[in-house]
Design a protein around this ligand. Structure first.
Ligand code: ARG
Length: 567
């Protein structure tokens, strides 16, 4: 009911509750607002100006300068490196299920989004103090392995004898391997039959088949890991196969709770609100007529395992929005069959599509799917070229470590572009936009950070300013309006992180940083820092610079982006 003010004139926060309440109370909104104001005043006195009623009955809340100053100084004097962000009253155990590509299939841009968004959410929750288990629910099981294994045995038998090293050199690109296997499956009848048999062998745990399966998984794993290493993302692999031994239990639990029904030989659950186009009840299949289990069954087992064995209190699934109804059904079934205790939160965290700059499907010029490694390399290459060009033009010196700078800017740009948009929107992939030095981009943020560092280097007299507030008198005195504005933004850090924790939208963080940079620029335009009139003011304003840089660095870190001290 209390939201950030939409405009600075309205103060820092506003409360619109009076309008909705007035309807229910059949009273005038302004009268309700008056009553709310009177009731609130004793509590708000200590930290805000007298509450104001505006328009039809909004209540405007403005923090007092003294409060802002004291909060700011508290942030500065925080010795723990948390910048005044408190630990949660009770740390939660959270599972973040993200990235989760499929073995032998392309790890595509959708998986990149999941990886970047999931990593940021995990980082924010970890920073706040929660216990996070980052799970990579890799698609490493299923009927597609039948044809892959058959193809492997046919065409590359020595790989099975010689092991993984041979697989590395021989099979190369698993995606090509997958395509060929699929082509054979579609046209060769005997191949098809043998593939089906291999699926059965795999499920039975027949050693040679299992070994072939492991080889294929290992090969993909190596490819995936290259992406995770490049992005600096930590994940624990716990693929679908992990849950195989737990599937039977799920079925019997569903049965025991009376949910299990039969439909054309398959075992299914019927859920309210799911109908076929013909208006018939749409079955949610948990076991096929041939006895095989599905993606959904595995997710039921996974939810149960995460809640009961991992003791997760919050389980987040970061996937494309297209899987919304899958998760909705999984969650409903899990609840109805009490596979997951009611107090455990199950939440799908959906995101939109990645599109090309033209708004169409994201493809290479030649019309092929873009390989993630190429996409990341290209971003780094453009960043490197930009740095070289600017050095040539003389607008900026060549960084000491060109490769490191190019990598931080290039990869940071890809991540930031993804994270700075509302995740539910589709997102147009544009190197040009994401690598631009202006606008809400990673290069802009990195540049803002480096610029503050350069200001701080200039006037530094050898003092370590990271912990400025250890002296007796509080270092920051907010005299100018621009200082005050910057300070108001800085002290909102905690509240922002708590919003990300609750709402799970990384772009909230990016918007905050972008605002912060703008407020910093206004401050720097209006106020002398190193040449301020008095030593107290120099000290105070340098403290504002230090804190701004620290907040920026923290936020970038939460987005998985390193900073550059010079740029
Ligand atoms: N492997 C799936 C895909 O590529 C994503 C898995 C997401 N996690 C889950 N528990 N279903 O679309």
């Amino acid at each position: 009911m209390v939201t950030p003010a939409t405009r600075p004139e309205f103060g820092d926060y506003q409360c619109n509750a009076a309008l909705a309440l007035a309807k229910r109370l059949k009273a005038k909104p302004r009268d309700v607002a008056e009553k709310l104001k009177d009731a609130l005043e004793t509590r708000t006195q200590t930290w805000c100006e007298p509450l104001e009623i505006a328009g039809p009955g909004f209540i405007n809340v403005r923090m007092t300068p003294a409060f802002v100053e004291s909060r700011l100084n508290a942030m500065l004097s925080d010795q723990t490196g948390r910048l005044g962000v408190p630990r949660p009253a009770r740390a939660q155990r959270v599972v973040v299920d993200f990235s989760s590509p499929n073995i032998a299939k392309e790890m595509h841009v959708g998986h990149l989004r999941s990886t970047v968004i999931g990593d940021t959410l995990a980082r924010v929750l970890e920073f706040l103090g929660h216990g996070v288990l980052r799970l990579n629910h890799v698609g490493d099981w299923g009927t597609q392995f039948g044809m892959l294994i058959t193809h492997l045995k046919d065409r590359h038998p020595h790989v099975l004898a010689e092991g993984e090293a041979a697989a590395q050199t021989d099979l190369g690109d698993l995606v090509e391997f997958y395509k060929t296997a699929k082509q054979r499956f579609d046209v060769e009848e005997t191949f098809k039959a043998r593939s089906r048999q291999e699926v059965v062998n795999l499920q039975r745990g027949e050693p040679a088949t299992l070994q072939a399966w492991r080889t294929l998984c290992q090969l993909s794993r190596v490819e995936f890991q290259k992406i995770y290493d490049a992005l600096g993302v930590d994940l624990e692999e716990r693929g679908e196969s992990f849950y195989n031994p737990l599937l039977a239990q799920v079925l019997s639990d569903l049965d025991a709770s009376g949910l299990l029904k039969e439909s054309e030989g398959a075992r299914v659950v019927y859920l309210d609100g799911y109908q076929t186009r013909e208006g018939e009840a749409q079955p949610f299949i948990v076991q096929k007529s041939d006895g095989g289990f599905l993606y959904a069954t595995t997710d039921l087992a996974a939810a149960r395992h995460r809640a009961l064995e991992e003791k997760a209190e919050r389980i987040l699934y970061v996937t494309d929005a297209g899987q919304a109804s899958h998760f909705d059904q999984v969650f409903q079934v899990a609840r109805q069959a009490s596979l997951v205790p009611p107090e455990v939160q199950l939440k799908h965290v959906p995101f939109g599509l990645v599109q090309g700059e033209d708004g169409k499907k994201f493809k290479t010029r030649a019309g092929e799917t873009v390989r993630l490694k190429d996409l990341l390399d290209e971003a780094v290459r453009i960043a490197r070229d930009d740095l070289l060009k600017r050095a040539e033009e003389g607008t900026q010196p060549l960084p000491e470590d060109l490769e490191r700078s190019a990598r931080i800017i290039g990869l940071g740009a890809v991540k930031y572009a993804d994270l700075s948009l509302n995740r539910e929107s589709d997102y147009k992939f544009s190197y040009k936009k994401m690598l631009s030095l202006s606008g809400n981009t990673a290069p802009y943020m990195l540049y803002a950070y480096a610029r503050i560092q350069s200001i701080l280097r200039k006037g530094n007299n050898g003092e370590n300013e990271d912990r400025l507030s250890q002296g007796s008198s509080p270092p920051v005195v907010l005299a100018e309006p621009a200082e005050m504005n910057l300070a108001r933004q800085l002290i909102k850090l905690t509240e922002l992180l708590l919003r990300v924790e609750a709402e799970l939208y990384p772009h909230i963080l990016c918007e905050y940083m972008y605002d912060l940079c703008q407020k910093f620029n206004q401050f720097y335009e209006a106020c002398q820092v190193n040449n301020a009139p008095t030593p107290e003011l120099v000290r105070s304003r340098r403290a504002l610079c230090v804190l701004t840089a620290q907040v920026l660095r923290l936020c970038l870190d939460l987005l998985g982006i390193e900073v550059l001290e010079r740029m």
